[in-house]
Design a binder for this molecule. Structure first.
Ligand code: ATP
Length: 253
């Protein structure tokens, strides 16, 4: 399903961002970027270093002040704080993969359910079993301190912790950054699986090939502006995308 189809089917976007601009002091890093994510859809934003991808996710999450409109579940977010967006079901997995390093894997996962727990949800044990089912390696290491995990395991734990929040939309910032090829493959398989489970995903990636392969719709962000968008399958064959982001070789249909 791509954005066009989902819109035609009448499912309004779960996340709708219009004309988003962010400035660091006098320097504007994002200039009027617009994007939409429909329910159950995976949308990717690709672009070079410094294009403004992380800035965009931080602004959508409410961590950075921005101009423009952000609508989540049909409600404007202009005046809502990060905590309120989390409570409503928005979860960001930052590229820094920050964990509570002196706490165990299991306790880190529990922290992911904190906001839901505060709202009265008490099903965290069941959710943890679901997360362990998805990440068996985390189950094996549930008593290990997070600070002693390998890079790939950290990447899994931050994803697992995000799932403990049962997000309606998951914002993923470069989940493959700095990982060895085999782990990258596994992480992308897990993300593709997550989409199958129905969670809407906004995936920011420099690994354009893998991101376009698993997503429905894509945007190309360059120097703070959306310069191209379309169904991911079309972007994979777009000459500009193949030359700049896919190493020049157009993929065969
Ligand atoms: P990468 O792929 O390298 O992570 P990106 O597309 O995520 O890059 P951003 O990290 O959003 O890009 O950065 C966009 C621009 O904003 C860059 O020019 C960066 O130097 C600038 N920038 C980011 N954070 C700050 C900050 N805290 N203060 C000043 N400028 C910043």
């Amino acid at each position: 399903m791509n954005a066009g189809l989902s819109k035609a089917a009448g499912a309004g976007p779960i996340l709708d961002v219009k004309n988003l601009s962010v400035a660091y002091g006098k320097v504007e890093a994002l200039h009027g970027a617009s994007l939409a994510v429909a329910s159950g859809q995976m949308v990717t934003v690709i672009g070079p270093n410094g294009a403004g991808k992380t800035t965009m996710l931080a602004a959508i999450m409410g961590q950075l002040a921005s101009k423009g409109e952000i609508s989540f579940l049909g409600r404007p977010q202009t005046r809502t704080k990060v905590e309120a967006r989390v409570m409503e079901g928005m979860t960001l997995v930052p590229e820094t993969r920050e964990l509570f390093s002196t706490m165990t894997v299991e306790d880190n996962l529990l922290m992911g359910a904190y906001a839901r727990h505060a709202l009265g949800d008490r099903d965290h044990e069941k959710t943890m079993e679901e997360v362990f089912h998805r990440f068996p390696r985390m189950k094996e290491r549930r008593d290990q301190l997070a600070g002693t995990l390998s890079g790939g395991e950290r990447a899994m734990l931050v994803l697992g912790r995000a799932l403990m929040a049962k997000p309606k939309v998951l914002l993923l910032d470069e989940p493959s950054l700095g990982l060895a090829p085999l782990i990258v493959k596994e992480i992308f398989r897990i993300i593709a699986d997550l989409k199958q489970s129905g969670v809407a995903i906004l995936l920011v990636e420099q690994n354009a090939r893998a991101a376009l392969q698993i997503s429905d719709y894509g945007y190309v962000l360059e120097t703070g502006k959306v310069v191209l968008e379309g169904p991911s399958v079309d972007l994979q064959h777009d000459q500009r995308v193949t030359e700049t982001y896919l190493g020049g070789a157009a993929l065969k249909r």
